[in-house]
Design a protein around this ligand. Structure first.
Ligand code: XMP
Length: 419
């Protein structure tokens, strides 16, 4: 077990921003954990907290019930209700709980490396590397701990963005010198997807094939351990508010759906970190910003941005258009001002003109949104000149497109992805 210093437990009495408060206090070098009000007292005490902070919700009766329950622990107790109370919480931790502000990500890395070595011993770990932040940082951390006893498996399902397979291989195999099994399963996926237009069926095919391909490779590695990029919000989100104690310990499964007969023991070194802490750890481990600061990208990848049946020709159109959108966003400085901005392939053909010739080509939609939690999202008002440049470039550089439109639908009623 990790010897995390001086834990303060925040009890969530039904407050929407409890995670934000927990992060704000961690930023001040005090390690916090979030547990729902219904968590049994013994489960909270098992973390050896030096103090408890109740984060009040709107239900006064629940607040009072939880206050009474945790007052009985005799640990220092404090009640807070707003994100602005973070300063008061820090003062409480220092003055009443005698916290020494020891929580630092540099220390976290040393502890995590020691924990991984202790857990894995002289055995091996296999890890599914997607190129996303969580799996990348997990790979870098496990690699630091056990070197080439880690095997990363990167599955190219044919729906990746332009240059993505090359970038992942460059960073992990060449720069970090990791053992990386690269599986180009594009044909297998695209053959299975041929002619399938229903969004849910497409998602199911991609999900199932992915698990099959990964499971095959993982089995071949003969590793008893599976590295997973589970992070703290994954765990918190899997805990019901009334605090099922089993949920507090573990009810998530990131890879989800791996066959039962693959009996891996899990290595999840990031399971106590929030997303921004994961990025900081990634930076400390030397991962490039190009990888750590990317927009979120859905598991089924371009598959959910290509409306209707996917064929190789129209997928190429989407990939090229998406690369132009990203390129212009980066050049204009707008990339980091938006949560997600991307191209969507719309399987509608319309009449246009190119080089004095009539065209009958497809539509690309551009979508750009900002959000805090992806539950609701606002359309970003990208500058007109930027949209115009993207449109011009897509039409001039991507064969098969003669019309570009801007999606101005909020979420709700729209979703962020088109499928
Ligand atoms: P929607 O389209 O539901 O998307 O508004 C909300 C957020 O979730 C991402 N997303 C996914 N991420 N696997 C993922 O890992 C998926 O199947 C998936 N579908 C949507 C989407 O990009 C957005 O950030």
């Amino acid at each position: 077990m990790r010897k995390t210093p001086e834990t303060v437990v925040l009890i969530d009495c039904g407050c929407a921003f409890v995670q934000k408060i927990a992060r704000a206090v961690r930023d001040r070098n005090i390690y916090t954990m979030v547990m729902p009000g219904g968590t049994p007292v013994e489960r909270v005490l098992a973390e050896n907290p030096v103090g408890i902070v109740l984060i009040s919700g709107e239900d006064a009766a629940k607040n009072a019930e939880y206050r009474a329950k945790f007052a009985a622990t005799k640990l220092p107790l404090f009640t807070a209700a707003k994100i602005e109370d973070a300063d008061a919480i820090v003062n409480f931790c220092v003055n009443s709980c005698d916290c020494h502000k020891l929580w630092k990500l540099e220390n976290f890395i040393d502890e995590a490396v020691a924990d991984i070595r202790a857990q894995v011993g002289d055995q091996t770990v296999v890890l599914g590397l997607s190129g996303g932040v969580d799996s990348s940082v997990t790979a870098a951390l496990i690699h630091r701990a056990i070197g080439d006893r880690l095997t990363c498996v990167f599955v190219n399902h044919g729906l990746l963005r332009k240059n993505e397979p090359e970038m992942v291989q460059q960073v992990f195999a060449r720069n970090f010198n990791m053992k990386l099994v690269y599986i180009d399963a594009s044909d297998r996926f695209l053959d299975k997807l041929a002619g399938v237009g229903d969004p849910e069926k497409k998602r199911k095919i991609i999900g199932k094939e992915f698990i099959d391909v990964f499971a095959e490779a993982a089995e071949k590695s003969h590793a008893p351990f599976l590295g997973q990029g589970t992070i703290y919000p994954d765990i918190l989100e899997s805990i019901p508010f009334d605090g099922n104690p089993k949920g507090v310990i573990k009810s998530h499964h990131n890879v989800g759906g791996l066959p039962e007969n693959l009996k891996f023991k899990l290595v999840e070194p990031l399971e106590r970190l929030f997303k921004d802490e994961v990025r900081k750890v990634g930076r400390l481990l030397g991962l490039p910003s190009e990888l750590l600061d990317r927009h979120p990208f859905p598991g089924p990848s371009l598959g959910v941005r290509h409306v209707g049946p996917i064929d190789r020709k129209t997928l190429r159109i989407l990939r090229e258009a998406d690369a132009i959108v990203t390129d212009e966003l980066l050049k204009s400085g707008w990339y980091h001002k938006t949560w997600q901005t991307f191209a969507v392939f719309v399987p509608v053909r319309s009449v246009g003109m190119k080089n004095h010739q009539r065209t009958y080509d497809y539509v690309i939609a551009i979508r750009s949104i900002n959000t805090v939690d992806a539950v609701t999202a606002e359309v970003v008002q990208l500058p007109w000149e930027l949209l115009f440049t993207m449109s011009q470039r897509i039409i001039n550089e991507v064969d098969g497109v003669n019309r570009v439109v801007y999606d101005i639908t909020q979420k709700p009623p729209g979703t962020i992805e088109w499928e």
